[in-house]
Design a protein around this ligand. Structure first.
Ligand code: XIL
Length: 468
């Protein structure tokens, strides 16, 4: 039997044992499975029984080490590339993309039936030199192009993206972190989220940060207010990632569960994305797992590496396996905490029966008649009371385009407040949208997307596209 088959069988067995356990639990009025014959023996299998994943950061250059992949394949059902999807790795020169190492990790994950978390599309750190030297509109456009290109490349293969990483300052200010991206305007985060949604409508879009574990900290509160604001204004955000690099200077906070449940109450999933704990304090590891299991929308935990020797903070020995690959006491604590968790009969996030992750359908797209030139355009709308976001997809005709122009008449009373991946001629009435530097040239049949946000009602717009 292949590993994949074994894994699939194990997963099906896990689902069935979940169903059976649910039935047994209902009958016996107890759902605690610890110590029973069915207790799972790996982190991934135990988390999966509870409708969650247990993942790790992976480095592409270690995939050829069998000691490494043995643990990876046995224990984990989710992976996050540790560095391979970062901006410096995927776009080393402007508009020249390199996905080789990230693709290796994605292929490995897929061959093992693991899911992939994408990390990260927009960040002040690990920027390639060309981006570090940019500012203003040029940087904003380069960032949006990066988000669009990378999210498009991995479309359908990444379950959740850390769209924006570490955008808030430490300390008591609650302010945004100063960075070249922040200096392009405060709306750079929402612009990145909209571009990511347009490029991969099915991926969960997360905001990810560190030092956001303690509910009383100014930084935690600031991130909370941003997510609340995004939800209120219809900015597409689905999840919050807490890195949770816990150490003796920023210890496990007793209000961690409050932090998780408070974010979840905003209507987003919560994921623990980069967990490591100085000295691998088993009690703190157990607390983190218990807190996640107690919050239905905390749907997964990722540790930031497999063995202590793999850790970015190796000297703190913060992980679950020794350098030699042995399970540490923290491993036992984590597995036991997982196995003690209630097995839901419905998925905590979706309320659906626990089956493999659901495939969501992209929003419906209305198809207008073809444009007069060598391109066509379609528009899809996300609306709320008083506003909307329009995503416009441009498709080149049989001769391709060097540039394009999309003309649309807004309904009376509708006003555009901002637009991305395009230059526009006005805010109301009939508006021309033209390509920007990086998305004008399309080969036959190729598509690109731009978008805009508006006040009022956006329904009934019919785009016409002209190749220029
Ligand atoms: C770290 C990697 O683990 C290191 O290999 C690299 O040298 C620096 O970045 N927050 C994040 C991660 O979001 O991307 C960082 O990963 C750790 C802190």
């Amino acid at each position: 039997m292949t590993k994949q088959l074994r894994r699939r069988k194990a997963r099906i067995a896990a689902i069935w044992s979940g169903v059976l356990a649910g039935v047994a639990a209902a009958a016996a009025m107890t759902t605690v499975m610890a110590g029973s014959a069915t207790a799972a023996t790996t982190l991934g299998a135990s988390a999966a029984e509870r409708g969650r994943y247990f993942g790790t950061a992976v480095a592409a250059n270690k995939l050829s080490e069998s000691a490494y992949t043995t643990i990876l394949n046995r224990e984990f059902n989710s992976v996050t590339p540790e560095n391979e999807m970062k901006i410096d790795a995927t776009e080393p020169n402007q508009n020249q993309f390199n996905y080789a190492n990230a693709d290796r990790i994605v292929q490995h994950a897929r061959s093992q039936g693991m899911q992939v978390r994408g990390h990260t599309l927009a960040w002040h750190s690990q920027q390639p030199g060309w981006m570090q030297n940019m500012s203003g509109t040029a940087l904003r456009n380069a960032m949006l192009n990066h988000v669009t290109q990378v999210a498009t490349h991995f479309r359908g293969q990444v379950v959740a993206w850390d769209v924006v990483n570490e955008a808030f300052a430490d300390g008591s200010s609650g302010a945004r972190r100063d960075s070249n991206l922040q200096r392009t305007g405060n709306d750079w985060i929402e612009a990145a989220f909209r571009a990511a949604r347009a490029a991969d409508p099915n991926a969960k879009l997360c905001y990810n940060d560190y030092n956001t574990d303690d509910w009383t900290h100014a930084k935690t509160q600031a991130v909370y207010r941003m997510v609340q604001d995004f939800k209120q204004r219809g900015v597409p955000i689905d999840c919050v990632g807490l890195q949770s690099h816990i150490n003796n200077q920023s210890p496990y906070p007793s209000n961690y569960r409050t932090t998780l449940s408070s974010f979840a109450a905003l209507g987003v999933d919560v994921q623990i994305t980069e967990l490591d704990i100085e000295g691998a304090n088993a009690t703190w590891y157990r607390n983190v797992v218990n807190d996640c299991l107690a919050v239905p929308r905390c749907n997964g935990i990722t540790v930031w590496g497999i063995r202590d020797s793999d850790s970015w903070r190796a000297s703190q020995t913060p992980l679950l396996f020794t350098g030699a690959g042995a399970k540490k006491p923290a491993y036992d604590a984590v597995l036991q905490a997982l196995n003690n968790g209630v097995i839901p009969t419905t998925s905590p996030t979706t309320g659906q029966p626990t089956t493999p992750p659901p495939v969501t359908t992209p929003p419906p797209v209305t198809t207008p008649p073809p444009g007069p030139g060598g391109c066509t355009a379609t528009v899809s709308l996300q609306s709320w009371t008083g506003g909307f976001v329009a995503t416009v997809r441009v498709t080149a005709g049989s001769s391709g385009t060097n540039g394009w122009r999309v003309t649309m008449t807004l309904p009376s009373g509708a006003t555009i407040t901002n637009a991305w991946n395009t230059t526009r001629s006005g805010n109301t009435g009939t508006v021309n949208f033209t390509n920007v530097a990086y998305n004008g040239r399309l080969t036959a049949g190729q598509t690109t997307e731009f978008g805009f946000q508006g006040n009022g009602v956006g329904t009934g717009m019919t785009p016409t596209c002209t190749a220029t």
